[in-house]
Ligand binder design. Structure first.
Ligand SMILES: [Ca+2]
Length: 475
C-alpha cells in the first residue's frame, strides 16, 4: 500500500466511523391540554387519532405518565429547565431563566453539544389564544434555539360556525376570546390555523436538515386541543350531532368527599353548561384533537420521507391533561387523574414497540434524551433517565411521581397503586386518597377512612421528604 493509499484508507475509516457515530436526532412534538383519555391508542372508542396511534405502534406508549404541574406555565418551565416547580419557584407563565442562571436548559444542552436546535410555535409558555393571535415569542428562551418560528393564527376569530359554551346560558354571546370554552367549525383548510402552519414549517425544517452534518433537535409545539376548540369543519363532522357524545357518569354526591380546594376552577356549574353544551364541549374537543392528529401525521410522514426516521428519537406528549366532565370538572389545574396524566410516546430507533405501565414524568425527558444521544447527563437534573424502561417495559425507575397544582396549593403523589392528593403544604387544605386499582375513576376518597390512616401518614411523610429533597438543589 502506498502512503497515499494508506492515507485514503484511514480517511475512509474515519468517515465511516463518523457516519455511524452521528448522534441521533430528536423530534419532540408537544400538544397543549391533551388528555390521554381522548386518544384512540389510549382506549377512547369515539375519538379517532390514527397518526398518534401509528407512532404509538412503533414506539413505547406509557400508560402512567404525568406532568409535574397541571397547567402550561409551570409544567413547561419545569421539564425544559430540568427542575421541579418547587425548586425554581416558577409557578406562573414566565421563563425559568432568571432562576436557572447560566445552566443549560434541555434544548440548549443539545445546542451546546453541536446540535441544530429549532422551535416551531409553543414550547415554552405562550398564551392561547391571545399570544397565538399576536404571533409573539411568549415566555421563550432564545438561548435554547438556533432558529425559532411562530405560527400566528385567527383562533376564535376564524371564520366559520362558532358558539361560546361557557357562561352563555341564554346563547346571546357570539364566539369570544380568552380562556373560554368555544367551539368553532371553521371555514377553509388546515393552514388557516396556527397548527397547520406549525406542521408546514416543521416539515420544511425536517427536509432542510435531513442531510445536514449536524444532528437536529426539533421541537414542534401544537396549540390544540387547548381552547378555543377551533378546527376546519371536516374534523368536527365525525363527532356530530354533538348530542350523541357520551358524558362521564354523574355520581350522586361526588363532591361530598372532595376538599373544597380540590373542586376545580372550571365546573359544569360555574361555567353554566347544560347537558347539550357539555356534550358539544366533548365533541368539539375531539374535533380539535382530530385536527391536531392530522398535523402530527404530516410531521411523521415528512420524517419517514426524509430517510431520517431510523436515526431520530420521536417523542409525543402534552404539557398536562384535561377534564372532559369527570366529576363535572372541565379543563386543567385539577390534580385528579385526567388532568394530572399526559399521553407519552417515545420511539427510539432499534427498540421494539411496547406498552409500559411503569411511572414516568415529563421531567425525565431531558436526562433520558441526553443519555440516549450520548450527551452528558447533568447531575443537577431532577428527573430520571428512563432508558431502562425503553429497553425493557417491565423495568421501573420511580417509586412515586410528584405533580403539583400551585393555583390549588395542591400536591399529588402517584404510585402504582395510590393517588394521594394534599392541599396546602401542611395538609390543612384537605386530603384525598384513591386506590387506583379498585377505583380508577377516583369516586371514593379514602383519606378519612380509619382503615387507611397508616397509608395517609406514610404519604404525608413521603411528601415532606420529597419537597425537602428537591429544595436541596444547586440553584
Ligand atoms: Ca397547556
Amino acid at each position: 500500500m502506498t502512503r497515499l493509499n494508506a492515507l485514503l484508507f484511514v480517511l475512509l475509516l474515519v468517515s465511516l466511523c463518523d457516519a455511524a457515530d452521528k448522534s441521533m436526532n430528536v423530534l419532540f412534538i408537544i400538544s397543549d391540554d391533551l388528555t390521554p383519555t381522548a386518544l384512540s391508542c389510549y382506549g377512547n372508542q369515539v375519538s379517532q387519532t390514527p397518526n398518534i396511534d401509528r407512532l404509538a405502534a412503533q414506539g413505547t406508549r406509557f400508560t402512567r405518565a404525568y406532568c409535574n404541574a397541571t397547567y402550561c406555565g409551570p409544567s413547561r418551565a419545569s421539564f425544559l429547565s430540568g427542575y421541579y416547580p418547587h425548586a425554581t419557584g416558577v409557578f406562573g407563565y414566565v421563563s425559568p431563566r432568571p432562576q436557572i442562571g447560566e445552566r443549560a436548559m434541555w434544548p440548549q444542552h443539545f445546542r451546546s453539544s453541536g446540535y441544530y436546535t429549532a422551535r416551531v410555535s409553543k414550547i415554552f409558555h405562550m398564551g392561547v389564544p391571545g399570544g397565538i393571535e399576536e404571533g409573539g415569542n411568549g415566555a421563550d428562551d432564545p438561548a435554547c434555539w438556533v432558529e425559532r418560528f411562530n405560527s400566528p393564527g385567527p383562533e376564535w376569530k376564524a371564520p366559520g360556525d362558532g358558539e361560546t359554551l361557557e357562561n352563555n346560558p341564554d346563547g346571546k354571546k357570539p364566539a369570544v376570546g380568552g380562556n373560554t370554552f368555544v367551539v368553532v367549525e371553521a371555514d377553509g383548510d388546515d393552514e388557516v390555523h396556527s397548527d397547520g402552519k406549525t406542521a408546514k414549517k416543521a416539515v420544511e425544517l425536517i427536509q432542510q436538515h435531513a442531510k445536514a452534518d449536524k444532528p437536529f433537535f426539533l421541537a414542534v409545539g401544537f396549540v390544540r386541543p387547548h381552547v378555543p376548540f377551533v378546527a376546519p369543519a371536516k374534523y368536527m363532522e365525525p363527532y356530530k350531532p354533538y348530542a350523541k357524545q357520551q358524558l362521564p357518569e354523574k355520581v350522586p354526591g361526588d363532591w361530598d368527599d372532595i376538599p373544597k380546594m380540590g373542586i376545580n376552577y372550571k365546573t359544569s356549574k360555574n361555567m353554566k353548561m347544560d347537558i347539550r353544551r357539555q356534550k358539544k364541549a366533548v365533541g368539539g374537543y375531539y374535533g380539535a384533537v382530530a385536527f391536531l392528529d392530522a398535523q402530527v401525521g404530516k410531521v411523521l410522514d415528512a420524517l419517514e420521507a426524509s430517510g431520517q426516521a431510523d436515526n431520530t428519537i420521536v417523542i409525543f406528549t402534552s404539557d398536562h391533561g384535561f377534564h372532559l366532565g369527570e366529576h363535572d370538572f372541565w379543563a386543567k389545574v385539577s390534580l385528579h387523574e385526567e388532568s394530572a396524566s399526559v399521553p407519552l410516546i417515545i420511539k427510539v430507533p432499534g427498540q421494539k414497540p411496547a406498552v409500559c405501565h411503569s411511572l414516568a414524568q415529563l421531567l425525565d425527558l431531558y436526562p433520558t434524551t441526553a443519555a440516549l444521544c450520548g450527551l452528558e447527563v447533568p447531575g443537577r437534573l431532577q428527573g430520571k433517565d428512563i432508558t431502562p424502561m425503553l429497553k425493557d417495559p417491565s423495568a421501573s425507575v420511580h417509586e412515586e411521581i410528584l405533580n403539583v397544582s400551585p393555583i390549588q396549593q395542591g400536591f399529588l403523589l402517584r404510585t402504582d397503586r395510590w393517588a394521594f392528593i394534599q392541599y396546602k403544604e401542611d395538609g390543612t387544605g384537605g386530603i384525598e386518597l384513591f386506590d387506583m386499582e379498585k377505583d380508577p375513576k377516583q369516586v371514593t376518597n379514602l383519606a378519612n377512612d380509619p382503615q387507611y390512616q397508616d397509608v395517609v401518614a406514610d404519604f404525608k411523610q413521603k411528601l415532606s421528604a420529597k419537597l425537602a429533597d428537591l429544595r436541596a438543589n444547586d440553584l
